[in-house]
Design a protein around this ligand. Structure first.
Ligand code: SF4
Length: 893
């Protein structure tokens, strides 16, 4: 008997920095089964909602399959010849700094290595930067100031060993869900373990927290400076460690002392008794891990915040020991790999320093390179500004979408229009960025390529190919190597496979190292092709002569500075209040649970799109009352840089005066929701990282004449029909789209053309004289093709029920009429907004179960199965249970 499945391939999830191991199994019917790898030490078999849905994202729909030059299909030779010619010409006429590469934490270490080698060693510029600049550049800068190296000392096991976990600017429940689940499991085994959440929003992670400190934007420096003073004042400094292994304590303490306790409370906006509670807990708990991510990094003072956190760990000697230490968790799957090979404009390969003469000479000699730049290159934001100013003549963007993700996103559009030659390597034929490309290069996608990635705990894992490469797609490293050869550097780029690149990278890491640098994987310098193919996940460092990583960084109190002592960094907590009478709100941006970056992959999975199907803005209920805004109303958010239109979500989870808008929506999925249009290019002076979480804006209601909601079998083409507002999302069987129109007449015109385009065998329509609404439903012989509901008031029909009608078969008019009526009957209850995407369980069902007495996660799991697969919704369900218990308690009082 033939098996219906092929052997599983061990690979790594391509989303967040947790770096979960995945087992991908091809079925004979062409589909793929995805499971967590029980043997991978990052996740031990767990996967979150995004990882679990990977199989839904790998279809060839919308793939860029062949190179294109000026929009016309080309062969690889002519496309690559042109790229090489244009880059060479720019360098010849305008110098090496007239070209740039903008790459991504999504590409593999081998891709990164080749890109960096070409730009820094052969083109002779350091103008290569990565979207990781937007993610953790402030941490890199903070680490290097304190440790003399960009070393993440922690491991995931430390999170389970800690007695106190402090989450700073980090919504682990949604952004690193498997780490959240590991902490949740540890806390349920050891209930004495404490979690403190420091975040302006009451995110889903608050459901695990014993204490939530709703801090003001950028108040973190003040909070941790205050902590340093508290530790000193109450005798919690590890004076032996400070004396023997650090320098600069007194200066850092004196700088931190500039603020009184009252000023700390004022800058942070946290009640004094809560600050004291946190300080006491931190002081008295030995095993403390401080986890931080984008809420710390994406700030005008991100590096100072990192320094303020590291200062507290150094002062207490809580570093380099099990269950304690500062721990930066990275957003992207290979942000760490990019750091290792010098993917940032201010680094060299192998954690070497571009401004160090000896390091430069060593790398140049190793590469046999004709040149090496003496100064850092342009960081991400500056690179696109230089392009907008006409200084960059040729730009290659790989695996990222800067038109949506960089600050002042409209300037980025202008930069790409201005730049004479733009190359984009991507897997998709339509993104907001690729439309500006002179040359489009089709890249191999996840599952089609081989190489390595490094996760947040320095663990290097393999991504392995388990799918055929479609069309003419090629790996990113191959594209760079081929261009390098055409630019005249054949010998240095004569790579025929990923293992050759990995070996060279490993060799460079151990060159003249002998323990002088943190990053050393010399043991891998001679890895065979077979061994690379079978490579098990391993943590660095792994120098020659070592079989496994047995080193805990900083356990011996030695750091990578000249004198091996860590440095306290004196930081000055200053207020970063940016609002004004004209722009009275502070906008925070971030992630939602089920989408990733600019949705180029997650939006292909209906189950991921159903959790949050539309761009939104969270606003505090008191602000909404003051402005007269109603729940689900459309609003414009604007400032001097632009305007976006999103739906308001009134809540008490954000602070008064604050707004939160997700970063994911692009022009592919909404009419005007690119939030980075509003983010100014305000950069941290040390790291060059933009301040994406503290933006001054104003908000106003949109004057809407009519609303609409549509389910349709095919994705509506809305780019040219221009309703006043639209947002579309994939759903089971088709697409769901929200609309707003300036007038009812516009809505009716849109309805007519939609009905014609649907070309149904049966088309029903109905004018409701009471609401002046109009409804259209078009059917094929048996199935719904399109249902459109237009109304002067917001359409209040159950979205989930209407979406489910795309799956139904209809045999008579009375059944079809039910769709037009848009109402669930008793046999088809409305499940409400989807919370558990694995088991398709909605909020109404969960609330009903809670009201019927299921008041623990396991009881909800037993009766609805919600939360029993990937577990990503467990935090949200816990929140719903807690809210109910709170309401019941208030009612009883
Ligand atoms: Fe992927 Fe989720 Fe694991 Fe992150 S936590 S690596 S997104 S499965």
């Amino acid at each position: 008997m033939t098996s219906s499945k092929e052997k599983s391939v061990k690979t790594t999830c391509p989303y967040c920095g947790v770096g979960c191991g995945v087992l991908a199994t091809r079925r004979r019917d062409g589909g793929v089964d995805i499971k967590g790898d029980p043997e991978h030490p990052a996740n031990f078999g767990r996967l979150c909602s995004k990882g679990s849905a990977l199989a839904d994202t790998i279809s060839l729909e919308g793939r860029l399959l062949f190179p294109e030059v000026n929009g016309i299909r080309a062969d690889w030779d002519s496309a690559l010849d042109l790229v090489a010619e244009k880059f060479s010409e720019a360098v010849r006429l305008h110098g090496p700094d007239s070209v740039g590469f903008y790459v991504s934490g999504q590409i593999l270490t081998e891709d990164y290595y080749v890109a960096n080698k070409l730009m820094k060693g052969f083109i002779g510029s350091a103008n290569i930067d990565t979207n990781s600049r937007l993610c953790m550049a402030s941490t890199v800068a903070g680490h290097r100031k304190a440790f003399g190296s960009d070393t993440v000392p922690g491991t995931y096991e430390d999170l389970e060993l800690a007695d106190l976990i402090v989450l700073v600017g980090s919504n682990l429940a949604w952004c690193h869900p498997v780490l959240y689940q590991r902490i949740e499991a540890a806390k349920s085994e050891r209930p004495d373990m404490k979690v403190v959440l420091i975040d302006p929003r009451k995110t889903s992670s608050a459901n695990l927290a014993d204490l939530h400190l709703a801090i003001n934007p950028d108040g973190d420096t003040a909070l941790f400076c205050g902590l340093l003073c508290y530790l000193s004042m109450h005798g919690f400094i590890d004076t032996g460690f400070v004396q023997d292994h650090t320098r600069g304590f007194e200066t850092a303490l004196s700088s931190a002392s500039a603020l009184s306790f009252q000023e700390v409370a004022d800058q942070t906006g946290i009640p004094k008794h809560h600050i004291q509670q946190f300080y006491k807990l931190f002081a008295k708990t030995d095993k403390v891990v401080t986890v931080f991510s984008q809420g710390v990094n994406q700030s005008i003072c991100g590096t100072d915040k990192v320094s303020a956190i590291l200062n507290c760990h150094l002062a207490t000697g809580r570093i380099g020991k099990p269950g304690m230490g500062p721990f930066s968790v990275t957003g992207q799957p290979n942000a760490m790999g990019g750091r290792e090979v010098g993917g940032l404009a201010n680094m060299l390969a192998g954690h070497l320093d571009i401004e160090n003469d000896a390091h430069r000479a060593m790398v140049q000699k190793f590469w046999q390179a004709p040149t090496i730049p003496k100064k850092p290159g342009l960081k991400a934001v500056d690179m696109f500004q230089a392009a907008a100013d006409g200084k960059i003549k040729a730009l290659w963007i790989m695996s990222t979408n800067p038109v949506d993700s960089l600050p002042e996103a409209n300037t980025v559009k202008r930069a790409l229009e201005t730049c004479p030659f733009v190359v984009v390597s991507d897997i998709l034929e339509e993104t907001d960025t690729i439309e500006f490309a002179d040359v489009k290069l089709p890249a191999s996608a996840w599952g089609e390529k081989n190489g390595t990635v490094t996760n947040s705990e320095r663990r290097i894992s393999r991504q392995r190919k388990f799918l055929e490469t479609p069309g003419a797609a090629r790996p990113d490293w191959w594209q760079f190597a081929e261009v390098a050869k055409r630019m005249g550097y054949s010998e240095a780029f004569d790579f025929s496979s990923e293992v050759e690149i990995f070996r060279e990278h490993a060799q460079l890491s151990s060159l003249e190292n002998n323990g002088s640098r943190d990053f050393d994987i010399g043991k891998m310098a001679r890895v065979s092709k077979d061994a690379f193919q079978n490579l098990e996940p391993f943590q660095w460092p792994l120098p020659i002569g070592h079989e496994t990583n047995d080193q805990r960084f900083f356990a011996d109190g030695k750091f990578y500075t000249d004198d091996q002592k860590a440095r306290f960094v004196a930081v000055k907590p200053i207020s970063h209040s940016i609002t004004s009478l004209d722009l009275p709100f502070t906008l925070n941006t971030g992630r939602v649970r089920d989408h990733w970056h600019t949705m180029t992959r997650t939006a292909r999975a209906a189950r991921l799109s159903s959790h949050m199907a539309e761009p939104f803005c969270e606003m505090h209920s008191e602000d909404a009352v003051n402005l007269g805004l109603k729940q689900a109303e459309l609003v414009n958010i604007e400032n001097q840089y632009g305007t976006i239109t999103v739906r308001i979500l009134i809540t008490t989870k954000v602070k008064k005066g604050s707004l939160f808008v997700p970063m994911h929506w692009t022009d592919q999925f909404a009419s005007s929701a690119r939030v980075d249009v509003l983010v100014p290019a305000r950069l941290d002076p040390s790291s060059g990282q933009p301040a994406s979480k503290n933006v001054a804006v104003k908000i106003s209601p949109v004057n809407v004449g009519a609303y609409g909601f549509m389910v349709s079998r095919v994705k509506p083409n809305l780019k040219h029909t221009q309703p006043q507002y639209w947002a579309t999302a994939k759903c089971n069987g088709g697409w769901r789209t929200e609309f707003a129109f300036a007038t009812m007449a516009d809505a009716m015109r849109f309805g007519e053309s939609a009905a014609i385009a649907a070309n149904g065998t049966f088309t029903l329509d109905y004018n409701d004289p009471l609401s002046s609404g109009h409804r259209i439903a078009a059917f094929s012989e048996k199935h719904l093709k399109l249902a459109l509901y237009l109304s002067k008031e917001p359409v209040l029909l159950s979205r989930e029920w209407l979406v489910s009608q795309l799956d139904n078969a209809y045999s008579n008019t009375s059944e079809r009429q039910k769709v037009l009526a848009g109402r669930a009957d008793a046999a088809m209850p409305d499940k409400g907004r989807l919370v558990c995407s694995c088991h398709q369980v909605g909020a109404n069902e969960i609330n009903a179960a809670i009201h019927s007495g299921s008041i623990t996660i396991s009881q909800i799991g037993k009766c609805l199965k919600a939360g029993t697969n990937c577990g990503s919704c467990r935090a949200e369900i816990t929140g719903m249970i807690n809210e109910h218990l709170q309401e019941t308690k208030i009612a009883a009082e």
